[in-house]
Design a protein around this ligand. Structure first.
Ligand SMILES: Cc1cc2nc3c(=O)[nH]c(=O)nc-3n(C[C@H](O)[C@H](O)[C@H](O)COP(=O)(O)OP(=O)(O)OC[C@H]3O[C@@H](n4cnc5c(N)ncnc54)[C@H](O)[C@@H]3O)c2cc1C
Length: 189
């Protein structure tokens, strides 16, 4: 594959959601020219085969903050990229089967609350009201954050792919370096 330019200032290896988003923010910061290379096709990695969950209930302050930024990014995604990833903020519920598990969830809840997110601790009755039909005798409670959500991964990847290309980033799919002797893992789109 012949690359469009001979020289790049930044080369990102991997056109998954992380590589593409990194290239997007680098391009917006004026770091170009930028090349993204991927040995496979778009969405051939984990970014094309995941549950699409976007949750903010994490156990470290850094990950809670990162996830809060991700929620904000996916809320504006349609306007920013012109693709609808169907981000639905229907909440994430974590269940505890016993006291120690609920204590651990409470510690996460305290951290998440301290970052300004409206996490709730639910007892078994509140869990049963939230999820009718759940075997409520199997749980002692849980934590719930309504602003957590889920999206479809494919439009997310495609949207950022189109976004980086609009910013002048070159994306080489199905790419193999001359040094590589291994076969490509997929076809270029
Ligand atoms: C079953 C499953 C469910 C998941 N559910 C969730 C979820 O609900 N919520 C959530 O937030 N996360 C979830 N994840 C995790 C999430 O999918 C990953 O964290 C995310 O997709 C990682 O993105 P990435 O860009 O780093 O990696 P990838 O999407 O894997 O992209 C890496 C790319 O790099 C390319 N590559 C690798 N090595 C080379 C090389 N040497 N040369 C050229 N190209 C190379 C690959 O071809 C690939 O396209 C899940 C993951 C799995 C597997």
């Amino acid at each position: 594959m012949t690359l469009p330019r001979r020289e790049y200032r930044v080369v990102v290896v991997g056109a998954g959601i992380l590589g593409l988003f990194s290239a997007y923010h680098l391009a917006r910061a004026g770091a170009g020219p930028i090349l993204v290379v991927d040995r496979g096709f778009l969405s051939s990695g984990a970014s094309g085969r995941n549950g699409g969950g976007v949750r903010q209930q994490w156990e470290t302050r850094a990950t809670v903050r990162l996830a809060r930024e991700a929620v904000a990014a996916y809320r504006r995604f349609g306007r920013e990229f012109g693709y609808n990833p169907w981000f639905r903020q229907s909440g994430y519920l974590f269940l505890a089967e016993n006291g120690p598990e609920l204590d651990r969830l409470r510690r996460v809840h305290d951290l998440v609350r301290s970052e300004g997110l409206a996490s709730e601790v639910l007892d078994a009755g509140a869990v049963a009201r939230l999820v009718p039909g759940i075997a409520s005798d199997a749980v002692v409670g849980g934590t719930y954050l309504r602003s957590d959500g889920v999206l479809y991964p494919f439009p997310a990847v495609w949207g950022v792919y189109e976004g980086v290309r609009r910013l002048g980033v070159d994306v080489a799919l199905g790419w193999r370096s001359r040094a590589s002797k291994r076969p490509a893992t997929g076809s270029p789109v």
